[in-house]
Design a protein around this ligand. Structure first.
Ligand code: ZN
Length: 284
């Protein structure tokens, strides 16, 4: 009988942990899980009204509205296609992120609080002993937004896997330049994802860095349940591609965020979510 080989890496799970750690590290450093949106310049009252409207939107509604926005911008979009799980999940993340960005604009955080969380991140990067790592993770877990949002699991994971975390920082591939802070987030998130799926940090880093984002890639989406996607709608379902596609649709990061959000809120009133899209929600 052939000996069973090493268990293959579950790429979906690896990608999911990569995304979660990426957000956790970014939140630690910047106080927000994704790239901050440019300041909008909305009046306070307008900001409050947009925040309230976004908070009322279900992920399905948010997703459908972004599809309407894409159609308005001249893209060929099938508005009848139900959202994939990853679409719902991403819509939820985007909606919450947008709400947090607008809330920060309406109540900017104290500079002091911002400086002290930045110090926790810097100390996490510097920590080179178990004791130092445990101390800094303790400070991370005590940041008010971290425990309020139930994100203390992330510093816990780092402490529980301290040896692997420290070894990955000692590795020669660890980005050390002052300017590679974003690369450090990528490296550490991928490495921790490797650990959390039961592999080594370097396996996580390598597999995610070399993953194919094309039709033969491990996360290529051809169908959802019985619904076969037309070729033009097939896509890589990894979180990074999903994020990129989303940005292409809403264009919020580059130009006209203000006009974009106004238009988005107007379209939200028109976008009616079919009943059958609700009630089938499950977490991926
Ligand atoms: Zn991808």
């Amino acid at each position: 009988m052939r000996k069973p080989g090493p268990k293959p890496v579950d790429m979906r799970l690896l990608d999911l942990w990569d995304c979660e750690f990426h957000k956790a590290f970014r939140s630690l450093r910047d106080g927000i899980g994704t790239k901050p949106l440019p300041p909008s310049g909305f009046a306070k009252q307008e900001l409050r009204s947009f925040i309230a409207q976004l908070k009322r939107m279900t992920p399905e509604h948010y997703w459908l509205t972004s599809r309407h926005l894409s159609a308005e911008m001249g893209n060929a979009v099938n508005l009848a296609r139900p959202p994939l799980e990853v679409d719902r999940w991403w819509a939820e993340q985007e909606r919450d992120n947008e709400i947090r960005c607008l809330e920060r604009e309406s109540h900017p955080p104290e500079t002091k609080a911002q400086v002290s969380r930045r110090k926790v991140w810097d100390d996490l990067i510097k920590a080179d002993t178990y004791a130092a790592l445990r101390r800094v993770c303790g400070r991370w877990a005590q940041l008010p937004d971290v425990w309020r949002r139930g994100m203390t699991a992330f510093p816990d994971h780092v402490v529980q896997n301290a040896a692997q975390f420290l070894s990955m920082k000692r590795n020669k591939r660890f980005p050390r330049s002052t300017y590679s802070d974003d690369a450090r987030i990528d490296y550490l998130a991928r490495g921790m994802a490797g650990v959390l799926v039961g592999k080594s940090p370097l396996t996580g880093i390598e597999r995610l860095r070399n993953m194919k984002h094309a039709p033969r890639g491990p996360l290529w989406v051809r169908r959802q349940g019985d619904y076969g996607l037309p070729e033009s709608e097939q896509h890589c379902g990894c979180w990074r591609c999903t994020a990129k596609n989303w940005n292409n649709v809403t264009q919020v990061s580059q130009t006209g965020y203000e006009a974009g959000l106004r238009c988005f809120i107007e379209l939200a009133a028109k976008a009616k979510v079919p009943k059958q899209w609700n009630g089938t929600r499950k977490r991926i």
